[in-house]
Design a binder for this molecule. Structure first.
Ligand code: GLY
Length: 371
């Protein structure tokens, strides 16, 4: 059990540090949307692979505005959110949940302006267009034959659009995608595959595969946490117990296979020398997702385990190894993340989604602890 009296000041200090780092990044690189650092610096010519991260910096600004109440963060949040609006029609990525739930959703909850809700609805409807009737999944940016575990983080915006418009058809698209993902990407032990490949003519599922994990049959830790968190979101919208059970299965795998400090290797099945590389972003996502599961779980013992695990992760992430506060010149908040190890992108660096889910988890934990 983590002692709240010690943890609360540590979490508050981490948020203060985060606010300073983000302010510095915006002042240094105005109107730039960072993705991952190189040697601790956000701005470089490194490849993006796919354009899925632009919501995270504005998302952090919305979270910091809520935490600090400072008008400056609100102004910057709007400034960085507004240019994303055309992407409500973007059919090239499977990431419209990442982009809009971290921006327009926060904005709409604060203001209740109908035009903001319209953007969210359109983004959800655009996401729904990725649905493949044969196979019943939302295809990844790779092609029509491919489904990614990451898409579980983007199903929520379809469920949101369905709820706001009372559209049973797109609701069913999202539910079918979750059921297919559960069947083909989540294994019996709660581990996950990164990608699944279908025969597009017949809808037959062919095999598990990967881009960012060690192997097709391995468990890439960030994929596991996208699943844990994403099935929790699916449960929040549908109250379908199968989705909660899947999220809990992922959580139980995470807890059983992650070292006691709470931060996983980048892939649980990589050879021992490669497993020395952690992915702090997976830990941040897990902490935030576990805090949701602690709220949803029907079992008191499980809820306590999820809450305590999340707090232990945050205790570790706010310590010397991960928080960049004692690393001179480092522009990120959380060190030791990984983006794409095979392409050599963002390895042992700060990554923007890690920053976002870390700050989200810190604010959720402080609310839970009554701070
Ligand atoms: N493509 C999403 C991720 O890197 O987790």
């Amino acid at each position: 059990m983590t002692d709240a009296a010690i943890l609360i000041p540590k979490l508050l200090q981490a948020l203060d540090f985060a606010a300073r780092q983000v302010r510095g990044t915006i002042e240094r690189y105005p109107d730039f949307y960072p993705m991952y650092t190189r040697a601790g610096r956000w701005k470089h010519e490194g490849e993006a692979w796919t354009h899925w991260c632009d919501g995270f910096l504005p998302g952090i600004l919305w979270l910091l505005h809520r935490h600090t109440g400072e008008a400056w963060f609100r102004q910057q949040a709007e400034r960085y959110s507004r240019p994303l609006e055309p992407r409500q029609h973007d059919r090239d990525v499977h990431d419209l949940g990442f982009i809009f739930m971290s921006t327009y959703h926060h904005w709409y909850r604060l203001t209740r302006e109908p035009a903001l809700r319209d953007v969210l609805i359109q983004a959800g409807q655009t996401m729904g267009l990725r649905f493949k009737e044969r196979g019943k999944y939302l295809s990844s940016f790779i092609g029509p034959e491919s489904v990614f575990i990451d898409i579980m983080m983007n199903v929520g915006i379809i469920l949101y659009a369905a709820r706001e418009t009372q559209d049973r058809t797109i609701h069913q698209v999202a539910v079918d995608h979750c059921l297919t993902t559960r069947r083909v990407l989540v294994r019996g032990d709660g581990s996950t595959a990164h990608e699944g490949i279908f025969n597009v003519s017949t809808g037959e599922f062919l095999r598990q595969s990967t881009h960012q994990g060690y192997r097709g049959d391995s468990c890439w830790s960030r994929g596991l946490t996208w699943s844990l968190y994403g099935f929790g979101i699916a449960y929040r919208y549908t109250r379908d117990r199968r989705f909660l059970e899947t999220a809990e299965l992922n959580a139980d795998f995470y807890i059983e296979h992650t070292p006691a400090h709470g931060v996983p290797p980048w892939d649980y099945d990589a050879p021992a020398d490669q497993r020395k590389q952690p992915d702090s972003s997976a830990a941040a996502i897990a902490a935030s997702g576990l805090l949701d599961l602690a709220e949803f779980s029907a079992s008191r013992a499980k809820a306590r385990l999820y809450r305590d695990t999340a707090l232990r992760i945050l205790d570790t992430l706010t310590g010397e190894e991960y928080l960049a506060h004692t690393t001179p010149g480092w522009e990120g908040i959380l060190k030791r993340g990984v983006y794409h190890i095979h392409k050599g992108l963002g390895v042992d660096e700060s990554v923007m989604w890690g920053e976002y889910f870390f700050i989200e988890a810190l604010t959720k934990a402080l609310t839970l602890l009554g701070a």
